[in-house]
Design a protein around this ligand. Structure first.
Ligand code: NI
Length: 183
């Protein structure tokens, strides 16, 4: 398995809506395997295809609950219930995180790589991860969930960081990259 470079804030690919997957073939299986490797290398708990520059509705995740890495194709979220505050980070906005309120429970349906239908009732961290990765498939980033004050502060930090980065941009050291962190 090979690892991808993770696209970071400023890359237009992160702002595009990903396309429905119509064919699950060897190429897609390879993509999923490489995304899992990239997620583990980062390390993060989840990774969506647009984060490696692929405009397809697929994400991988591993909640570190001994179930191993899983792949979801064409996921759909419905039935958001309740509210839950959780500090979220994103591999595409490395080094920053914010407390964000989202529905506590959701229902997710989609397909696995064998074409089997998947239906999951998700709560708390799993529900949060699914909502976060679904956002990536729709070109939505954490910044879009912030109020104006926090968003302005975040943009300032990101701009300063961009200006301080010699070109070509170098990847942040692994220790500064994180995804959804466990509580
Ligand atoms: Ni993310």
């Amino acid at each position: 398995m090979a690892a991808y470079d993770i696209r970071v804030f400023g890359d237009p690919v992160l702002r595009q809506k990903a396309a429905e997957i119509t064919v699950v073939d060897g190429r897609l299986v390879k993509l999923a395997e490489d995304m899992v490797q990239t997620m583990y290398d980062a390390p993060g708990l989840g990774l969506a295809a647009p984060q490696v520059g692929v405009q397809q509705r697929l994400f991988v995740y591993d909640l570190q609950d001994d179930e191993g890495a899983k792949v979801l194709v064409n996921p759909v979220i419905s039935e958001g219930r309740g509210e839950w505050l959780y500090e979220e980070g994103c591999l595409s906005v490395p080094g920053l995180s914010w407390e964000i309120v989202r529905p506590k429970e959701i229902h997710l349906s989609g397909f696995d790589l064998d074409g089997n239908e998947v239906s999951v009732e998700a709560d708390e961290l799993m529900a949060r991860l699914f909502q976060h990765e679904m956002d990536h498939l729709d070109g939505v980033l954490l910044l879009d969930h912030l109020d104006e004050e926090r968003r302005k502060a975040a943009m300032r930090t990101l701009r300063e960081r961009l200006m301080a980065t010699p070109k070509p941009a170098v990847a942040a050291p692994a220790a500064n990259r994180f995804g959804l962190t466990l509580p």
